[in-house]
Write a protein that binds this ligand. Structure first.
Ligand SMILES: Cc1cc2nc3c(=O)[nH]c(=O)nc-3n(C[C@H](O)[C@H](O)[C@H](O)COP(=O)(O)O)c2cc1C
Length: 252
């Protein structure tokens, strides 16, 4: 069984590909939380995977919330995380491992897949260049296939890029990010045509269309789906996203 979360499609793609390769069922975490689907019956020998993007060198808070609430019929024979990130994961595996430990579960393996960057809400951050985007997507294809083999073998390992100063990033900047994150600065410019795609793609169903324009309703984790999927590039975050690129995963 694979529990997954994704804002801009990278992690959804990895979860779906892994689901195909392992022939496993998928559960979308935000939907499960919304609908209170927290009880899952597992086969005796079943593996459990968590697939999600890295947010500020940590698992997104809603993944940790889900881990704290989910009830599995048996302790899985193997539990792993497979994360997508632009560059590095810090100590995200330790954070997930602790959350799982509090629920009586153990993290057996942590895998990372580099995918195009989606975070643009800070001055020095933008999407990757077309060359980097292409290279990451090509490498991710074989990487996921290789990692599916590792999961089949129930390999106990940590195979991801922690990056420099992972403790500072995860426990300092990352914890601050969770407290700082807010949707107050999201807005639609005059280019908005009220198509409603932003509301449709928001994984948290946080956007409503009022008088032909999107309104953000306070339950946001900066996944950036509203920004990247907008066909008019009309969604902006304050002034910091002006002139920046857009990216979301597309099947090629
Ligand atoms: C809020 C936010 C925070 C991010 N933080 C990191 C990070 O700490 N390290 C990193 O390498 N990439 C980071 N990224 C990039 C994403 O992890 C990466 O693009 C991921 O593949 C997006 O997955 P998705 O398309 O499934 O949402 C961040 C992206 C977002 C939206």
């Amino acid at each position: 069984m694979i529990f997954y979360y994704s804002g801009c499609g990278n992690s959804r793609h990895v979860a779906e590909r892994l689901g195909e390769l392992l022939d496993e069922r998928l559960v979308f975490i935000p939907k499960a939380l919304r609908e209170g689907q927290l009880d899952y019956t597992l086969q005796a020998d079943e593996r459990v995977g968590f697939v999600f993007p890295i947010y500020s060198w940590r698992p997104p808070q809603l993944v940790l919330d889900f881990v704290g609430k989910v009830r599995l019929s048996v302790v899985p024979s193997y539990t792993y995380m497979m994360v997508t990130y632009g560059d590095d994961a810090g100590l995200a595996d330790k954070v997930l491992g602790q959350a799982l430990g509090s629920s009586g579960l153990r993290l057996d393996a942590a895998f990372g897949v580099a995918m195009p960057n989606t975070y643009v809400n800070m001055a020095f951050m933008n999407v990757d260049s077309p060359e980097v985007e292409k290279r990451k997507l090509e490498q991710a294809k074989t990487r996921v296939e290789e990692l599916a083999e590792a999961v089949k073998e129930k390999r106990r390992t940590v195979d991801l890029n922690r990056g420099a100063m992972p403790g500072l990033k995860t426990n300092g900047i990352g914890k601050g990010f969770v407290k700082w994150v807010s949707d107050k600065k999201y807005r639609a410019t005059d280019a908005c045509v009220g198509c409603g795609l932003c509301a449709k793609v928001c994984p948290l169903q946080n956007i409503t269309i009022e008088n032909g324009k999107p309104c953000w309703n306070g339950n946001c984790n900066h996944c950036e789906a509203c920004y990247h999927y907008c066909p008019q590039n009309a969604v902006q975050y304050g002034r910091v996203t002006r002139g920046k690129g857009q990216y979301h995963y597309r099947e090629s």
